[in-house]
Design a protein around this ligand. Structure first.
Ligand SMILES: *Cc1c(COP(=O)(O)O)cnc(C)c1O
Length: 390
């Protein structure tokens, strides 16, 4: 039902995706199609849609827009980022097949791979994808799937998508990139050699912290159709209302993330100079070990950063309570700024030992920089830090 927009520019694709397609009333903005079912034209004459788990006009529009933004052949929108990742595993991995995933992947992904592998659905190997020796497993262990997630959470480690894709393809593996932290506005993994992109659309794509959704976008049309078939088969496709809101959020994706990135750069620079801050992890800083690689494969450094705070744990609460413009909450990518404490929040499921091995210290905090004036955000952090220095 949709005709695709022709443009090289993500701003245009994201703003105009799905507009002006209503034949009945000429609505500029597409309505929400909440109907779960569709009448047949006649005996044995179904229309384009028959049942909303399989296909829904609101979901179709956002899927087409997402596929265009990532440069893929097709997208499936799912009920969450986790169901998108689960869908990929269901389609690609059989018992005995190996998945290679980053040691520092998203905690929910780690738990999913670990628990499903323990039931025998497939095998999983977690490696440090920046360690050439460990990367060798892609050649020697003949994985079926290699997952990359860059920048990583919470230390913003960068891995080389192009290099890993080449290695994986030599071994006949399929490369899946979790592009949640940057969105297609700042990184396009399919153009760097990945075969599939997954997102938690809950984050930057929707951008307003009011939808939980995910997507799987495939470069190959046949694989895209297989994902859509399985998405319906196992029933993980996204709802109409969520699809509507997601498309609405995507319209402002590019200016949102660009503005947030500029603010993140200001904040990272401010924090790096503050005596109470030990280390700032932000790929936009030349001191970050992934800076050069980020510059090469990304079109921006993003708006996520983390830092180590020189403060006794007993005073963390006092510090956090001084902040007015950073809400203590998990998640990321919304218009509002958030702060989270890694060890007790996003990575609480990891043992202390595992956190130490991953380089995550107990004084690490993560910021998701929102759209507030960066001057306010810096003043807020400065006031809280200065209060701690007394
Ligand atoms: C949040 C997140 C997910 C999971 O997505 P949900 O929408 O919460 O299910 C997967 N990967 C990354 C990198 C995330 O940040």
């Amino acid at each position: 039902m949709s005709h695709s927009i022709q443009s090289e520019h993500l701003e245009t694709l994201s703003v105009r995706g799905g507009l002006n397609q209503d034949q009945q009333f000429g609505c500029v903005v597409p309505p929400i199609y909440l109907s779960s079912t569709y009448n047949f034209n006649d005996y044995n004459e179904p229309r384009a849609h028959d049942y909303s788990r399989r296909g829904n006009p609101s979901r179709d529009l956002v899927q087409d827009t997402l596929a265009q933004l990532e440069g893929g052949a097709g997208a499936v929108v799912t009920s969450s980022g986790m169901s998108a990742i689960h869908l990929v595993c269901t389609v690609l991995l059989k018992p005995g097949d190996l998945l290679i995933a980053p040691i520092d992947c998203y905690g929910g992904s780690y738990r999913l791979f670990d628990s499903v592998a323990k039931r025998g659905a497939f095998d999983v190997l977690f490696i440090d994808q920046n360690d050439p020796e460990q990367l060798n497993a892609i050649v020697t262990k003949k994985p079926k799937v290699v997952l990359v997630e860059t920048p990583s959470n919470p230390l913003l480690n960068i891995v080389d998508i192009q290099k890993i894709s080449q290695l994986a393809h030599q071994s006949g593996a399929i490369v899946v990139a979790d592009n949640t932290f940057l969105s297609p506005a700042l990184q396009q993994p399919l153009k760097l050699g990945a075969d599939i992109v997954v997102h938690s659309c809950t984050k930057y794509l929707n951008g307003h912290s009011d939808v939980v959704a995910g997507t799987v976008i495939c470069k190959d049309p046949a694989l895209a159709m297989e994902m859509a078939w399985w998405g319906n088969n196992i029933g993980v496709t996204g709802g109409a209302f969520d699809s509507y809101l997601l498309l609405r959020g995507i319209r402002t994706l590019v200016p949102r993330i660009k503005q947030q990135e500029q603010s993140a750069m200001h904040i990272a620079t401010f924090l790096a100079a503050h005596p109470l801050i030990e280390t700032v992890y932000y790929p936009g800083l030349v001191t970050h070990k992934g800076h050069e690689l980020a510059k090469a494969q990304q079109t921006g450094f993003g708006a996520m950063l983390s830092f180590e705070l020189k403060l006794e744990e007993s005073r963390f609460s006092e510090f956090l309570n001084h902040l007015s413009f950073f809400t203590l909450a998990e998640s990321l990518g919304g218009v509002e700024s958030l702060i989270s404490h890694t060890a007790t929040m996003t990575h609480a499921g990891m043992s202390e030992e595992a956190r130490r091995a991953a380089g995550i210290k107990s004084n690490l905090f993560r910021l998701s920089v929102g759209l507030e004036a960066y001057e306010d955000l810096i003043l807020d952090l400065q006031a809280a830090l200065d209060a701690m220095a007394d």
